[in-house]
Design a protein around this ligand. Structure first.
Ligand SMILES: [Fe+2]
Ligand SMILES: [Fe+2]
Length: 339
C-alpha cells in the first residue's frame, strides 16, 4: 500500500530537497518516431473533447455538431447555455432497460474501470515516443468519461452510487498487466481493442433503442464515437511504425492479431456470465471480434486482404479453442427477448 503522507515531516532532515533522477537513453529511432508521432498527433488527433458530462446541471455538453442523420431528432434538446442540442440526464429516469442490457453495461464499466492501469502502462511504455504519450493524455480523459456515463445510466436503473463505487474499488484491487511487451505491439493491440469496442457500444445502443431508451442509446453512441476515433488514431500511429520498419511491423501486427483478447476480460467478476449475456444480446460475439480484427488489419493499409482474412480466422479459431465460448455460440443460446 502507498503511504499517503508521512507523519512528522517537519521534524526531519534540514537538508535541501534534491530531485532524484536516473539517466535514460533516447535512441535515434525514438527521436525520429517521437517527432513523427507528434506531428501526426497535432494534425490528426488533437481535439477539444467532442462531448463531456456536466454533473452539476445533469446534462451533456456536446461541443460541436454530431454528424449523422439522427442528430436533429429527439432526445436532444435545445439548451440556453450551449450552442448545440444536449441530452438531459434526468430523462434517463423515465427509461427502463432490461436486466440483460444493465448487466452488459456493468460489464463494460468494469472493463473501462481498469483505466488507471491502461494509462499507467502506456505512460511508462511510450515515455520516449512523444506524440503517442501526448495522445494518451487525451485518450485517458475521454476514456474516463465512458465510465462516468455508464455510472449515470446504471444509477438511473436502480444501482446506488455506493454500490457502484465499492464495485470500482473491488475491481481496482487487482491490476491489469500488459498483454504484449513492446510499444509497437501495444499500438497494434490498442487498434484491435478500439476496433472491437466500437461495434460493441454500437450494438448496445441499438439494443437500447429497441428497448425504448433513446437517451441511454444516444449516450452509448457518444462513447462508441470516441472508440471509433481512438481506433483511427492507433491505426495512424501503427502506420508510422510501419514506415520505420515494414517487415517488423507486419510481423508484430499479425502476432498480436492472432493472440488478441479484450483487456481485463478474465479479471471481471463473473466474466463468463458477462460473456454469455453479451453474446445473447449481440453486444459481443466471436464473429464481431473477428470482423473487427479483419477490418483493422485491412485499414492499416500494409496488410493484404487475403492475409488479413487468414489471420482473423486464425484468431477466431484460437479464442474458440482456448475458451469456453464454443459452448455459448449464438446457435446454442436462446436470444434474449426484445422488448
Ligand atoms: Fe472506452
Ligand atoms: Fe477507447
Amino acid at each position: 500500500m502507498t503511504e499517503l503522507w508521512a507523519p512528522g515531516v517537519s521534524s526531519g532532515s534540514r537538508e535541501p530537497f534534491n530531485d532524484h533522477s536516473e539517466i535514460v537513453e533516447i535512441t535515434p529511432a525514438e527521436r525520429d518516431l517521437g517527432e513523427m508521432t507528434l506531428r501526426f498527433f497535432r494534425t490528426n488527433i488533437q481535439r477539444a473533447p467532442l462531448w463531456s458530462i456536466d454533473f452539476k446541471n445533469r446534462m451533456t455538453v456536446i461541443n460541436r455538431p454530431l454528424r449523422g442523420e439522427r442528430r436533429v431528432q429527439l432526445p436532444y434538446e435545445r439548451s440556453d447555455s450551449t450552442s448545440y442540442p444536449q441530452l438531459r440526464l434526468e430523462a434517463l429516469e423515465q427509461e427502463e432497460i432490461s436486466p440483460y442490457l444493465v448487466r452488459d453495461l456493468l460489464y463494460k464499466k468494469d472493463t473501462e474501470d481498469f483505466l488507471p492501469d491502461f494509462t499507467r502502462h502506456s505512460k511508462a511504455l511510450f515515455r520516449n515516443l512523444w506524440g503517442i504519450t501526448r495522445a494518451y493524455d487525451q485518450w485517458g480523459y475521454e476514456e474516463g468519461q465512458h465510465s462516468d456515463v455508464l455510472e449515470i445510466i446504471l444509477e438511473s436503473q436502480g444501482y446506488s452510487r455506493d454500490e457502484l463505487f465499492s464495485r470500482y474499488f473491488d475491481n481496482l484491487s487487482q491490476t491489469w498487466e500488459l498483454p504484449f511487451t513492446t510499444p509497437r505491439q501495444i499500438t497494434a493491440y490498442a487498434a484491435f481493442q478500439e476496433g472491437s469496442t466500437q461495434p460493441s457500444y454500437q450494438a448496445a445502443a441499438e439494443r437500447a433503442d429497441k428497448e425504448d431508451a433513446p437517451v441511454t442509446a444516444e449516450l452509448l453512441r457518444l462513447i462508441g464515437r470516441d472508440e471509433g476515433y481512438h481506433w483511427a488514431s492507433y491505426i495512424g500511429f501503427l502506420r508510422i511504425f510501419f514506415g520505420a520498419d515494414p517487415e517488423g511491423t507486419i510481423g508484430d501486427t499479425i502476432h498480436v492479431a492472432r493472440q488478441f483478447r479484450m483487456p481485463a476480460i478474465n479479471l471481471i467478476p463473473e466474466h463468463a456470465k458477462g460473456f454469455v449475456n453479451a453474446m445473447r444480446l449481440g453486444t459481443y460475439t466471436p464473429d464481431m471480434e473477428t470482423e473487427a480484427i479483419y477490418s483493422t488489419l485491412v485499414s492499416f493499409g500494409f496488410i493484404g486482404k487475403k492475409l488479413a482474412r487468414q489471420t482473423a480466422d486464425e484468431h477466431r479459431d484460437l479464442i474458440l479453442a482456448t475458451t469456453s465460448l464454443r459452448n455459448h455460440l449464438p446457435g446454442n443460446l436462446n436470444p434474449t427477448p426484445a422488448r
